[in-house]
Write a protein that binds this ligand. Structure first.
Ligand code: FAD
Ligand code: UDP
Length: 372
């Protein structure tokens, strides 16, 4: 069999690509996936107790891009869901991202009132400020507040999650969870938020339900690629692996997930983050996000670690200058590859959310330029 395209990786990048080219262009696509399932890190499944879990950590879909939302909505209905998070700080559970409600819960009333007025005056109600920017405040009170938030919310969490301090990483990392001058306790403010009503895997199965798409699981593409006839390769795996690590290995951060199931209606209300206690960063309860009704409930604790053992999964590219230098070498070489397209979190070594990956693929297929 001859294929128009071979797609390496059945994550959301590879699946979106395959769906588009097979349905719109009527081209024949082979997907090669090394895991025993589709979906990449967005994969979900029912566990032995019948609870729908996200095997590789909690995934909440959120986007401001109507095109992305409408595109995926062809394949799923949604459970509208607004993610909320409480952080365990000084013995209390307080809203994260740090907002005006958090301020009032953690600091004495008169001080909190003064700081609230100053924040609103300086930045305006509704403004979001990355912590590393707030820390540059010259104003004495705002500097005090920035240092307080940095110490209580960011320093230990980031050290646990990444093995380094916030300022050692690209500011975009901590900038994902800015201080929010608002009373809105939602984790994200995107216009569209939710989870696929029947799960991510079901949505992906629908996207792949096309006679032009063939899928091979449990196979590293390097084992078979030389035996396949095809015109173009879409590569969504780690870029350094593609080039046999010729410029060195790119570092990634990995995680261990510890799942616990209880015979309880509810274990906790919303996601809990633990910046300053324990070895895990957060506890998430799946039923809370999926809306599933069941007499049991499953939670997951996330333990960050380096990516170094054979079975570790490279979950997070590490946005640091020295890694971007290595990545740029691979990227230059990738641009020379006429018949290969590198796309997705691993192939572009970028800390993409799901919607950004879909957006990138849709932009690419329509010949439009995406971001930088
Ligand atoms: P992946 O999902 O990594 O897919 C790549 C696929 O390629 C994998 O299936 C892999 O097995 C396969 N592959 C790799 N190498 C080979 C090879 N040699 N041969 C064959 N196959 C190969 N995003 C959100 O928008 N919201 C969230 O709430 C959210 N939560 C997250 C929580 C965690 C813990 C993590 C780690 C990520 C989260 N994300 C979230 C990000 C989201 O997972 C990514 O944006 C998305 O999975 C990227 O899709 P991808 O297809 O680029 O990569
Ligand atoms: N972060 C933090 N404390 C928090 C929440 C986030 O220090 O309570 C920092 C941390 O560096 C984290 C980053 O902000 O890795 C991005 O957080 P996000 O929730 O976006 O992480 P993800 O969901 O991608 O794991």
């Amino acid at each position: 069999m001859r294929y128009d395209y071979v797609v390496v990786g059945a994550g959301i990048a590879g699946i979106t690509f395959a769906e588009n080219i097979s349905s719109e262009l009527n081209e024949k696509v082979l997907i090669i996936e090394k895991r025993n399932h589709i979906g990449g890190n967005c994969y979900d499944e029912y566990n032995e107790n019948g609870i729908l879990i996200h095997k590789y950590g909690p995934h909440i879909f959120h986007t401001n891009n109507k095109r992305v939302w409408d595109y995926l909505s062809q394949f799923t209905e949604w459970n509208i869901y607004y993610h909320k998070v409480l952080g365990s700080i000084d013995g209390k559970f307080v809203p994260i991202p740090f907002n005006l409600n958090t301020l009032h819960e953690l600091l004495p009333e008169s001080l909190a009132n003064r700081l609230e007025n100053q924040l609103i005056q300086k930045f305006g109600y509704g403004c979001k400020i990355p912590i590393l920017k707030l820390k540059q405040s010259s104003d004495k009170d705002l500097k005090f507040l920035a240092d307080f938030i940095y110490e209580k919310v960011f320093l230990n969490y980031t050290t646990k999650q990444w093995g380094m301090k916030p300022e050692e990483l690209d500011p975009e990392v901590t900038g994902r969870v800015p201080v929010y001058i608002s009373r809105d306790n939602r984790y994200f403010q995107d216009k569209y938020q939710g989870l696929p009503k029947y799960g991510y895997t079901k949505m992906f199965e629908k996207m792949l339900n096309n006679k032009n798409i063939h899928i091979i699981l449990n196979t590293d593409y390097k084992e078979i690629i030389n035996k396949i006839e095809y015109d173009r390769l879409i590569y969504t795996g780690p870029i350094d692996y593609f080039f046999d690590y010729k410029y060195g290995k790119l570092p990634y951060r990995s995680l261990d997930f510890k799942f616990e199931t209880y015979q309880l209606d509810q274990y906790q209300h919303v996601e809990h983050k633990y910046p300053n206690d324990y070895d895990f960063t957060r506890i998430t309860e799946y039923k809370h996000m999926t809306g599933q009704k069941h007499e049991f409930t499953t939670i997951v604790k996330e333990y960050p670690k380096d990516y170094k053992l054979e079975n570790d999964i490279p979950y997070y590219p590490i946005p640091q200058k020295e890694n971007i230098v290595i990545y740029s070498k691979y990227k230059n070489e990738a641009e020379e590859q006429k018949n290969v397209i590198f796309i997705g979190r691993l192939a572009e070594y970028r800390y993409y959310n799901m919607d950004a990956v879909v957006e990138k693929v849709l932009f690419f297929l329509r010949g439009e330029k995406y971001g930088n």
